[in-house]
Structure formats: structure tokens, C-alpha cells
Unconditional design. Structure first.
Length: 616
């Protein structure tokens, strides 16, 4: 049995490194005997892809030998976690970097046009019917939360799913999502004779940056009521950073034996679902739908049943949930693209690409609003519904690898060097790019106030968005919850005072009554209207918290704070005049470091002066 050193030497003898390599990688050659045969073949791959710079600083054997081996352990991980290995990554990077330097437009030859899809109006008969159908479908759905992204733009150091969706109850996004899925599961399974045989699964894509803290949040809270087996965490690997147009791998500035890495983008979710076998498992279990959603959109589940109903009615292979989009808003636009060769596809065109594409194809003003006050292209909110069958067929062909892009920050117009290292990225909504023209790709437009208020921008950036465009901040995200709850109850016949306008962290926002309920109280508008009786009114200064499913509001007149807890067994009827000092909003300055981070980023805190609490 050859010793590792002998095998390395043998592997070395096979190493067809021509003189060029030896001269430029002499330090590697001196250290080859330290490496295992697999590591030697990885070294060969690096030399053959012109990565000799990685070894120039390597000292004589005997110094840093452990770090040298650790370097190849990381190379091996990067090689294994990328479809086609590092050699494919570097080759693809060179092609995309050349296109980027040449200013090649990825949409060359395509003409954009406004796509057609289903446009829903909250609460009308069409919406109500789709919603009820969607609840029937929910038991056959799996949910996938992409939560590997860091809150860089948000300037928040924790994991975003741990942020409070609203600070009236302090319920975090992850708890709200799980509460919502469990509420859908109960509502959907109550329609099945004898109940359901299985639970709705939730997969969460994490990354090195979010995995441990997401798992800890789940375990500390007993999975917020889900069984542990109902939740699967899939960790996406980061990808190697690139220092220049030749796709030279970037070394970590803090460690010359480590390759710098950054997230590859939420598009990884497709290859992870496929390679983990989870998608096959869901198909074998008879599931029909996979719903993808992102980490900080607290309104989302109010729109999911109806959009699932649209998917079922139209038998869409792909249904993108969309909202009316303001021109120049930092969200992608759903666009029909027709190629000169006849190919068509309906896909998301990212916000930084839409304007140049339009200007290059007969829209001289680029990305502008139409007479409706909104862009003609619906806004992508990264909430996709895919039909399991066609999805699995497609991934069998592609392995889940998604068309990538590169977005280097060049030093100057010569585009010859970067301000900082770049990397290949992919987006989950680019999945339809590889689909055949026969694929049934549609979208469902929802009211923004009902469906979409992500928390992405830190206060400074939020305060700078073009006037009239959404802030996408912690402030606007929380206020949107109260506005949506108020508008839903108004539609259900409750008299709700108009909001007042206040400024928090430099953002002027509408402050509606602080109304929030547990998802199980109302999974559909039909459900909610069945729990509103008589004449109810809620003043602007009020707070209403409904913590149970069997709560009925009847002839309630609220001017203060009312918290209703119900054990979901006996019905709790709440009415009459409730008047107290209530809970007030107090401004908190973003720079006030004495306040917790999750409070500073929204610019206010709630003072609980007086409330009435009813528990059955
Ligand atoms: N995410 C991951 O899980 N892994 C990653 O590597 C990166 C992100 P961002 P983005 O709805 O407002 C998207 O960064 O990508 C998760 C759409 O592209 O918050 O800039 C991350 O945790 C855009 O068309 O958003 O923009 C988060 O949950 C528009 O829809 C999610 O992916 C925009 O979202 C989104 O990542 C939006």
C-alpha cells in the first residue's frame, strides 16, 4: 500500500505541468509532497485554470504546512458544492466577465412587452373564490423560505427572520411564517374527510451567515409549533470571489491561505432542493405545489391563498406573485421577452437592467410610470409558486443550476479592474429562463398594501428613495402591517379611523390603528368576515391584538388598547365600549445606541400605558 507521500509523488509524476507552470508555481512544487493525491489533482486543476498566483507566497515546506492543507480542504469544498466543479465556475466566470466588459446586453435580440396575467382586487368575488380554492390546495403545498442572505442593506447584525414583524406583539418573521403555514394546514385539512395524513413541509435555505442562528431560533422556540421533522434546513455554500476579468480567484485579505467567498444568490435554492432529494420526496408524498418566499415580507401570507388558487385554476407551471411597481423601484419587473428568432419567455428583469433594456428597444424614456402612475411591468416580489411535476422534470435536465450573472463594481470606465472582488450570482426567479416555450408561465398581481412590504433598507437609504416610492425599511414594514389589517377590517365592515402621518427615521409614514391578529384568527377574508358582527369601530390611537382563532367582534367601540387571548376551544365574543389610555408610539433616533437594534432601525418604540386584556 503506497504511503500518501509516494501516492502524491506518483500523482505528481502524472502532473503534466509544462515549464510555464513550474516557473510560475515553484513554491507549490516544493510543497506537493505535503498534499494527498486528491489535493494534488486539485492543484493541477488550479494551475491549468491559470490560478498560479494563489501559491506565489507559499513558504518552504515546514512553514504553515497545516494552513496549506486547509487551503486545499476549502478548494475541495468549493469544488464539490458547485455543479461542474471549480473548473466550470472559472470558465463561466470568464465568459460572463468578458460579456460584462464588452457591455454585452444579456437581453440582446429580445424585445420586451407588457405580459398578461391575473390581476386580483382584494375582497371582490373573484378574489374570494380564488382564496377559498387556494386554501383547499394548501394541504398539497410545500413552503420554501430563502433566508441565507445577510442584512447588509438593512444594516442589521442579526438574522433577518428573527426581526419582529411588528413590535406590538414582538412576533418575529419566522414565527409569523410558521403560524401562517400551520393555520393554512388546519384550514385546508378541516376540509378533508377524516383530516390530512401529512403535514405541510417547510424548507429553509440558510447560508454560513445564517444557519446556526436560524437553527438556534427554531430549537429555542420548539419550532414555533411545527414538528422538528416538518422543517428542513438546507445550507447553501458560498462561491469563490474573483479579483479580475481573468477570473483569478481572490484570496481572503485576512488569510492568504483562504479563498474569499460571498453568497451565490437565492438561485441556489433550486439545486439544493434537487440535490437534497427533498423535491423527489415531496413529489412521492403527493404534493402538488412548491411556494418560495423571502425573509422579511410580513404581508405575504395574506396573499398566498388567492395566488395558490390562481395557480390551480390556470394550471400554471410557474406563477410569480407580483405587485404594481413604481418605475425605478428596486424590485424586478415581470416582462414578456420575444426574441427575433421567435423564442418568448415571461421572466423577471432585475431593476438595474430594465431601464437600459427598454431604452434599447423603442422605449426612449426607459423605466417610467404609465398613466396609471405605475410601471406597465408588474413588480417581482420573489414569491413563486411552482407545480411540482413540471418543476422536477426541469430540474432533472438542469440539476437546478440557474443562469448566472456577474455584476462587478469596476474602478473606471475601462472596466479593467474592480473596486472589490466580485462573484457569480444567480436568482431564484430566473428559473423560467431554461423552460421550453410550451411551459405555462404566468403571474398574479395583488394589491401592494395587501401583499408586499419587505424590510431591506437601512434608515439612511430608506430616507433617500425617490418621493412616492416605498421605503422598504423596518419602519414602513411594520406600518404596512397595521395599514393592511385596518383595510381588511374596513372591507369587512368595521369603521376604522383614517391614519395620521408621522415621521420616523426621516421617513414620512401613515400610522393606522395598531391592529394585528394571529394567522389562525383569519386565514381568508371569508373567515374574517364571519367573525365580524354588528357595528364595530376602532379609533386611530387604538391597538387591537387578537391572539386566538375563536374570537368574534360584535358591536365593539375601541378607543385604547384591547388584547384578546383565546384558547381556541370556546368562542370569545368581544363588544361594547373599550376606552383607556392605550399604547403610544415614541420616536427613537436611529443613532441612539442605548436602544436595541431592532427598535433603532424602525425609529419608534411602543409605550404600554394602559390596556384591557380579555382571556377566555
Ligand atoms: N437570499 C438567500 O437566501 N441567499 C442569498 O445568497 C441571497 C439572498 P435580498 P434582492 O422582493 O424586494 C430580490 O437580497 O435579491 C435570500 C429580487 O431579486 O433581500 O436584492 C434573502 O435572505 C428582486 O427582484 O433581495 O432582490 C432574502 O430572503 C425583488 O423581488 C431573499 O433571498 C426583491 O427581492 C431576497 O434577497 C424584493
Amino acid at each position: 500500500m503506497a504511503t500518501p507521500a509516494a501516492s502524491a509523488a506518483e500523482e505528481l509524476s502524472k502532473l503534466t505541468i509544462d515549464a510555464k507552470w513550474v516557473s510560475s508555481a515553484p513554491n507549490l512544487k516544493k510543497n506537493l509532497h505535503l498534499l494527498s493525491p486528491q489535493q494534488v489533482s486539485l492543484a493541477k486543476m488550479l494551475l491549468e485554470t491559470d490560478q498560479t498566483h494563489l501559491f506565489q507566497h507559499w513558504p518552504e515546506p515546514g512553514t504553515d504546512d497545516g494552513e496549506k492543507r486547509a487551503f486545499f480542504d476549502q478548494i475541495s469544498r468549493l469544488n464539490d458544492s458547485y455543479p461542474g466543479g471549480l473548473i466550470t465556475y472559472i470558465k463561466t466566470a470568464r465568459e460572463l466577465l468578458a460579456d460584462s466588459k464588452a457591455g454585452k446586453n444579456p437581453f440582446d435580440g429580445f424585445t420586451p412587452s407588457v405580459p398578461s396575467g391575473e390581476v386580483l382586487k382584494f375582497g371582490d368575488d373573484n378574489f374570494v373564490q380564488y382564496e377559498l380554492n387556494g386554501i383547499k390546495e394548501a394541504k398539497d403545498a410545500a413552503f420554501v423560505l430563502v433566508a441565507g442572505g445577510l442584512g447588509e442593506r438593512l444594516g442589521y447584525n442579526g438574522i433577518k427572520v428573527a426581526l419582529p414583524r411588528e413590535t406590538t406583539t414582538g412576533t418575529c418573521f419566522l414565527q409569523h411564517y410558521i403560524d401562517s403555514i400551520l393555520a393554512l394546514q388546519d384550514a385546508s385539512c378541516s376540509l378533508v374527510e377524516g383530516g390530512c395524513q401529512r403535514k405541510i413541509p417547510l424548507a429553509i435555505m440558510t447560508s454560513d451567515d445564517t444557519h446556526e442562528r436560524t437553527l438556534e431560533l427554531l430549537e429555542k422556540n420548539y419550532y414555533f409549533g411545527m414538528t422538528a421533522s416538518q422543517v428542513k434546513l438546507l445550507k447553501q455554500e458560498k462561491v469563490a470571489c474573483l479579483d479580475d476579468n481573468d477570473a483569478r480567484l481572490a484570496l481572503d485579505p485576512k488569510n492568504k491561505y483562504s479563498i474569499q467567498t460571498k453568497p451565490h444568490g437565492h438561485g441556489d435554492v433550486h439545486s439544493l432542493l434537487y440535490s437534497s432529494g427533498l423535491l423527489n420526496e415531496w413529489r412521492d408524498a403527493g404534493l402538488k405545489w412548491v411556494l418560495f418566499f423571502q425573509d422579511t415580507n410580513g404581508l405575504l401570507f395574506q396573499a398566498i391563498p388567492a395566488s395558490l388558487g390562481v395557480s390551480a385554476a390556470k394550471q400554471y407551471d410557474v406563477n410569480s406573485l407580483a405587485v404594481p411597481r413604481k418605475a425605478k423601484e428596486a424590485i424586478g419587473g415581470i416582462t414578456k421577452l420575444t426574441h427575433s428568432d421567435g423564442r418568448t419567455m415571461v421572466i423577471n428583469v432585475e431593476y438595474n437592467q430594465l431601464d437600459p433594456l427598454l431604452r434599447a428597444t423603442g422605449y426612449p424614456d426607459g423605466d417610467v410610470n404609465s398613466e396609471t402612475g405605475y410601471s406597465p411591468f408588474p413588480g417581482n416580489i420573489n414569491q413563486l409558486i411552482l407545480a411540482v411535476g413540471p418543476y422536477l422534470e426541469e430540474l432533472k435536465k438542469t440539476g437546478g443550476s440557474i443562469k448566472e450573472f456577474v455584476n462587478p463594481k469596476y474602478k473606471d470606465s475601462t472596466k479593467t479592474s474592480f473596486k472589490s472582488s466580485t462573484r457569480l450570482e444567480c436568482m431564484m426567479q430566473d428559473y423560467p429562463k431554461t423552460l421550453p416555450p410550451t411551459a405555462r408561465v404566468g403571474f398574479t398581481v395583488m394589491d401592494i398594501w395587501l401583499a408586499y412590504a419587505p424590510v431591506k433598507n437601512n434608515p439612511e437609504d430608506a430616507a433617500k428613495v425617490p418621493k412616492g416610492n416605498p421605503y422598504h425599511s423596518a419602519t414602513s414594514g411594520e406600518m404596512a402591517i397595521y395599514r393592511a389589517s385596518s383595510l381588511i377590517l374596513r372591507k369587512a365592515g368595521v369603521k376604522i379611523d383614517d391614519p395620521i402621518t408621522e415621521v420616523f427615521n426621516g421617513q414620512e409614514v401613515e400610522v393606522w390603528p395598531r391592529i394585528t391578529w394571529k394567522p389562525k384568527w383569519g386565514v381568508s377574508f371569508t373567515d374574517i368576515t364571519s367573525k365580524i358582527k354588528g357595528n364595530n369601530s376602532i379609533s386611530q390611537k387604538s391597538t387591537l391584538v387578537i391572539n386566538g382563532s375563536k374570537v368574534v367582534l360584535e358591536d365593539l367601540s375601541l378607543n385604547g388598547t384591547l388584547v384578546i387571548n383565546s384558547n381556541d376551544v370556546a368562542e370569545v365574543k368581544v363588544g361594547g365600549v373599550v376606552e383607556n389610555k392605550g399604547w403610544t408610539l415614541e420616536k427613537v433616533d436611529y443613532k441612539d445606541t442605548s436602544a436595541p437594534e431592532e427598535i433603532r432601525i424602525r425609529g419608534f418604540k411602543i409605550n404600554r400605558i394602559e390596556q384591557l386584556e380579555k382571556t377566555n
